[in-house]
Design a protein around this ligand. Structure first.
Ligand SMILES: [Fe+2]
Ligand SMILES: [Fe+2]
Length: 192
């Protein structure tokens, strides 16, 4: 499928607000990919498609996960905020025929992060947080470091996510902790 066809499809699937967010993420991810010598087109596509699962309710996502035989942990199943990522990736494969494993992984892990993320996975995780429509305390600072040091920006991003999860009394996924620790370890190794 061509980029324009994906754009048309996502616009109808997501509705205006979420579509605007997705285009913001796509453009930010593409800019980050250029900055860190990644694949610009893949980053754009991952950004455009990353919230495909968000068009469904938690119950619908649970049903679809079961139909597809996805094995998901209890924490993921309990929170739509987490669930839309892995189920969305599986649906992109089954409903849209998307086969690129790099894009599918980036979508699947965009809410929790994980250890040893690829450049594309990192770029999508960060772009989701700093796209132009995001407005939270510290987002400007985060946008600045995003283009200076990717891992430092990711650490600030995951810290911000974990703090907001705690403040709002939500379930914290252990993969986010592994993600944070791996970023700290690599920053320390590189003297950061
Ligand atoms: Fe999302
Ligand atoms: Fe998003």
């Amino acid at each position: 499928m061509e980029r324009e066809a994906y754009e048309r499809l996502m616009k109808g699937h997501l509705g205006d607000r979420l579509y605007r967010h997705s285009v913001g993420v796509a453009e930010t991810a593409a800019a980050l990919a250029v900055r860190y010598r990644g694949d610009r087109q893949r980053a754009y596509l991952a950004g455009l498609l990353h919230d495909y699962g968000k068009a469904y309710t938690r119950e619908e996502l649970c049903q679809k996960a079961e139909l597809l035989g996805l094995r998901l942990d209890r924490i993921t199943l309990a929170e739509k905020r987490l669930l839309h990522a892995p189920v969305g990736a599986a649906l992109l494969q089954h409903e849209l025929g998307l086969t690129d494993p790099a894009v599918l992984k980036a979508v699947a892990y965009h809410t929790t992060g994980r250890e040893k993320m690829s450049l594309l996975e990192k770029v999508l995780y960060l772009a989701d947080l700093i796209e132009p429509e995001r407005d939270f305390d510290g987002v400007e600072k985060l946008r600045e470091i995003a283009f200076t040091c990717l891992d430092a920006a990711l650490l600030a991003a995951v810290d911000q996510t974990i703090q907001s999860v705690i403040r709002r009394g939500l379930l914290l996924h252990p993969r986010s902790i592994y993600f944070r620790n791996s970023l700290l370890a690599s920053l320390r190794e590189n003297g950061g």
